[in-house]
Design a protein around this ligand. Structure first.
Ligand code: HEC
Length: 93
């Protein structure tokens, strides 16, 4: 009887560890939907939510570094998203 209890406790512990590990690993992954989008797509979807999406030729590369960091915070974008948008905006100059 005691042995069965120990095995049950061990199994339950392993299951809990597996669930926590899976949650942590998946939580850090970039979702497929974002990973497959281009900078131009993300710019079109995000940068006109509050104002007209600025034309890529509006600013120099240095100015885009500053404004995209400013807008990353306003738009609550991830590093992956804003890096793609920044690369797209800079590629036009
Ligand atoms: C949540 C709303 C919101 C989103 C989304 C947003 N902006 Fe803005 N943006 C603003 C506001 C408000 C201003 C006016 C300046 C301020 O108040 O900070 C602004 C100003 C700007 C300016 C003027 C220069 C500056 O830094 O103030 C640029 C360029 C700009 N946005 C680019 C972008 C780009 C590129 C994106 C997409 C990554 C974007 N914005 C997404 C709200 C937003």
């Amino acid at each position: 009887m005691k042995k069965i209890n120990r095995i049950t406790t061990l199994s339950a512990t392993l299951i809990v560890i597996a669930i926590i590990a899976t949650t942590l690993i998946n939580g850090c992954k970039t979702p497929e939907a974002i990973a497959s989008k281009s900078g131009a797509q993300l710019w079109g979807e995000n940068c006109n939510r509050c104002h007209n999406a600025p034309d890529p030729t509006t600013y120099s590369d240095d100015q885009w570094d500053v404004t995209t960091e400013h807008m990353r915070q306003k738009a609550l974008l991830t590093d992956v998203e804003i890096t793609k948008i920044r690369t797209f905006l800079k590629s036009a100059n």
